[in-house]
Design a protein around this ligand. Structure first.
Ligand SMILES: Cc1cc2nc3c(=O)[nH]c(=O)nc-3n(C[C@H](O)[C@H](O)[C@H](O)COP(=O)(O)OP(=O)(O)OC[C@H]3O[C@@H](n4cnc5c(N)ncnc54)[C@H](O)[C@@H]3O)c2cc1C
Length: 498
């Protein structure tokens, strides 16, 4: 079997790479380890938020007509220029992200979105995280636009496009090894197919887009640390880190934040991996409106340091550090109606009580310590400031450790409600090093001929956390780059051999 380009994986990055390689004249094969019914990787489970640069309301409305502001008189659309996107990436990654790759993602983000739009992908404004309605007006910034239908909608549309082009997809076919001369050039992929047969498939170029290692309990423990084997997965069970392993065994240089990941507060009774029907329902991102305590009934972080849209990706890691990787989000009746809709789902783990003592008993926490924690919190609240969930209100605690910097509202009105949460792993950050052509670099800093990568398995873009919507955008940008370059390298090969 001989192809121009093999793409490993069938999530957002892979499908973008495959379509782009096809558009540039390549004969493409997609390998997907999951069965068709579980296709789409983490991209399927995602909320579909995508971050891209734009010039404000008029610009958005003229390029993406579904985002025109007709009927949305209470919307303010702020410009989102390159420098702001770059700064958001830099500050959230604590200035560790690879500047060249970050720049590529930022600069190409708009073009990538227009390309998706031309493929029938439609956008919506979305405000499920707190803090976006100021003075009764919605503020659209960098993180408030998502694909219609979420991640499932995105991948279904991409599959529709792939199927229209006639690109072959081989399901239940797991890539297990790269063929060629390690560290020099790739000539194909060894696979195990659905019948258990081991086959060599030849190609001029290979794009690895098979996700991170989040689904491997063993690798989570090895790289993220003790306890991470027990973390719940928010997404796909198939992202076992195969692409990273294959590339490293082939001489690729590793890159990025190997002990880091995006991880959120997640319903403690959620299944161990993503539920395709319930998607993101288990997210518990309204901790900014209350307090979080661990099993010792003690607070352990500043719940209000920033909007949850900024902090949510780090919260799971903080919870992982607590006894039994568990925490309880506690609210009183004053804020119950402003928690996001995920808190009112059908199967939400939720404990209600008429007193703090009763709550402690129901949660099996020490009632004296919980009462002490809440009383200490209440007396330290700055009552000179007014609580306002729609902006960083500066209503903080005074003299309390840990401080709560905003939205410090006394917890003193029954009923008291607690939501047990644990760590929900979104995706991992360690991976392979690529250049601006998405070409994998070897340990001697030379590109490996014909070998490209895109998506979660690329290291060096995210450290500590990622701004909402940046994971999919990075996957689309690098997927498009990888697909284009893979097709070009085929053409160059042909012209050299003539
Ligand atoms: C619940 C959830 C919500 C999220 N929400 C957002 C959001 O709103 N916005 C955002 O930007 N990001 C979000 N993310 C992160 C985002 O989903 C990922 O960053 C992105 O989807 C990664 O895309 P990918 O193509 O690299 O990987 P994936 O989409 O995970 O695709 C990898 C594919 O490779 C396949 N594969 C693995 N190993 C092999 C192998 N050996 N051979 C063949 N195939 C293989 C897998 O089966 C899978 O289909 C979310 C993630 C989750 C889990």
């Amino acid at each position: 079997m001989q192809y121009d380009v093999i793409v490993v994986g069938a999530g957002n990055a892979a499908l973008c790479a495959a379509l782009m390689a096809h558009e540039n004249g390549a004969k493409v094969l997609i390998l997907e380890s999951a069965p068709k019914s579980a296709r789409g990787g983490n991209s399927f489970f995602s909320g579909g938020w995508m971050r891209f640069t734009h010039d404000g309301a008029e610009d958005l409305g003229s390029t993406f007509p579904e985002l025109a502001l007709t009927g949305k008189e209470d919307f303010d659309v702020l410009r989102y220029p390159d420098n702001e996107f770059f700064d958001d990436m830099a500050s959230i990654t604590e200035y560790r992200g690879d500047p060249e790759l970050t720049s590529l993602v930022v600069k190409e983000s708009r073009k990538a979105m227009e390309w998706l739009h031309a493929k029938g992908i439609r956008l919506v404004f979305t405000f499920s995280k707190q803090g976006l309605k100021h003075n009764k007006r919605y503020q659209v910034g960098g993180g408030s636009i998502a694909v219609s239908g979420g991640g499932a909608g995105l991948v279904e549309k991409l599959f529709e496009n792939v199927e229209k082009t006639g690109i072959e997809i081989s399901y239940q076919t797991r890539a297990i090894e790269l063929l060629g001369i390690p560290g020099s050039c790739v000539t194909g992929v060894k696979v195990r197919n659905s019948k258990g047969e081991i086959l060599d498939i030849n190609a001029h170029s290979v794009v690895l887009a098979s996700g991170g290692f989040g689904a491997s309990a063993e690798k989570r423990t090895r790289y993220l640390g003790p306890g991470w084997d027990l973390a719940k997965l928010r997404g796909s069970e198939y992202n076992l880190g195969d692409g990273i392993d294959m590339a490293l065994a082939f001489g690729a240089k590793s890159s990025g934040h190997w002990s880091g990941s995006h991880a959120v507060a997640w319903d403690a009774s959620a299944p161990t991996s993503g539920d395709r029907n319930r998607g993101n329902e288990f997210s518990r991102n309204a901790y900014t409106m209350g307090i979080m305590v661990n099993k010792n009934a003690e607070r352990f972080l500043d719940e209000g340091v920033d909007y949850s849209a900024i902090t949510y990706g780090k919260i799971g890691t903080e919870i992982m550090r607590q006894p039994d990787s568990m925490a309880y989000q506690i609210f009183d009746s004053k804020v119950l109606d402003i928690l996001d809709p995920n808190y009112n789902g059908r199967q939400v783990s939720k404990i209600t009580a008429q007193s703090v003592e009763e709550l402690a008993k129901k949660l099996d926490l020490d009632p004296i310590i919980l009462a002490h924690t809440i009383a200490n919190f209440n007396v330290s609240v700055d009552e000179s400031k007014t609580f306002d969930p729609n902006c960083k209100d500066g209503k903080s605690t005074i003299g309390l450790i840990p401080k709560k910097s905003n939205w410090a509202n006394r917890i003193d009105e029954a009923p008291y409600v607690a939501f047990p949460v644990t760590t929900g792993l979104t995706f991992t950050f360690g991976g392979v090093h690529v250049d601006e052509k998405a070409q994998i670099i070897d340990t001697q800093n030379r590109p490996i001929q014909g070998l490209f990568a895109a998506g979660e398995l690329v290291g060096g873009i995210f450290y500590y956390s990622s701004p909402s919507g940046a994971g999919l955008t990075a996957g689309t940008v690098l997927g498009r780059t990888a697909g284009h370059q893979a097709a070009l390298s085929v053409r160059n090969n042909y012209s050299q051999s003539k």
